[in-house]
Design a protein around this ligand. Structure first.
Ligand SMILES: NC(=O)c1ccc[n+]([C@@H]2O[C@H](COP(=O)([O-])OP(=O)(O)OC[C@H]3O[C@@H](n4cnc5c(N)ncnc54)[C@H](OP(=O)(O)O)[C@@H]3O)[C@@H](O)[C@H]2O)c1
Length: 239
């Protein structure tokens, strides 16, 4: 029997730093959680390894995934199976993401495709790979970490064009996933403007506050909430 048996199981991408790291840090405070922290370069994830040294064996597993590497994503079940055994995956958090500084008239098509690969196609493929594991859970939640920048109403003016386009697409992915699997819970969520490498020093909130909100919401949503586009504090974002 795996160490995940009878506990809440989580897979989070992009956990080397920022919001992903903070999600892991808060989750491992409870021994009721088994946390699978995925990052593209575990050797450089110094904080994550230091965190692992502080938690009980089996509570935190560090695995490797570059979500823009489709072959690696396709083979990812091989890393999940030994950890989960026949236990289901309760929560998949598609958090890894990258940004751009372009505008509507300066989009570089190759750079855009790389952002799309990372922010949309990778999460879409990883969700497919995780589906058999999610189906075995009674919770079955996918959280797609979006941005209010993906809203047609609340976007960043002319800035961050490629990034905003990919977050709109991630929102649509959430809607499509929900339509295909009404038995599951899919949420597109903006974490707020957060002080991370991406958010910058001028951001409004600390990762701790953002993640407290995200975890409170995601652990309380029901199938009635599936397909919603929410802020970390529960406010609805206009599409
Ligand atoms: N911060 C904000 O204000 C804000 C606002 C709205 C939405 N968001 C969203 O929140 C999520 C997390 O953002 P953040 O602020 O924590 O950003 P961050 O500090 O820049 O961290 C991004 C994380 O994603 C990882 N990553 C990037 N490309 C990857 C890939 N191809 N495969 C796997 N991992 C990859 C990075 O890993 P490496 O260390 O290997 O680079 C890092 O762990 C993103 O989806 C972002 O769009 C953030």
């Amino acid at each position: 029997m795996s160490t995940a048996h009878c506990r809440t199981t989580w897979l989070i991408t992009g956990t080397s730093r920022g919001i992903g790291y903070e999600i892991v840090r808060q989750l491992v405070q409870s021994s009721a959680n088994v946390v699978i922290a995925a990052c593209r370069n575990p050797d450089k994830a110094v904080d994550l390894h230091a965190l692992k040294d502080t938690v009980a064996t089996g509570n935190l597993h560090i695995v490797t995934i570059d979500v823009s590497d489709f072959e690696a994503v396709r083979g990812f079940s091989k890393q999940l199976e030994p950890i989960l055994g026949d236990t289901g995956l309760d929560y998949l958090i598609n958090n890894a993401g990258i940004s751009t500084e372009d505008t509507g008239f300066t989009v570089d098509p190759e750079a855009f495709l790389h952002v799309f690969r990372t922010n949309v196609a990778g999460p879409a493929l990883l969700s497919q790979i995780c589906l058999p594991f999610l189906k075995r859970s009674s919770r079955k939640v996918i959280l797609n970490v979006s941005s209010f920048g993906g809203s047609h109403v609340q976007h960043f003016g002319n800035a961050y064009a490629s990034y905003a386009m990919t977050k709109s697409a991630l929102n649509m992915l959430t809607v499509k996933q929900k339509a295909e699997h009404p038995d599951m819970i899919m949420i597109a969520m903006c974490p707020g403007w957060v002080k991370t490498e991406m958010g910058g020093e001028g951001a409004l909130i600390e990762p701790e506050e953002s993640v407290q909100g995200i975890l409170k919401l995601i652990t309380s949503v029901t199938s009635k909430d599936s397909g919603r586009y929410l802020r970390y504090n529960g406010e609805e974002i206009p599409w």
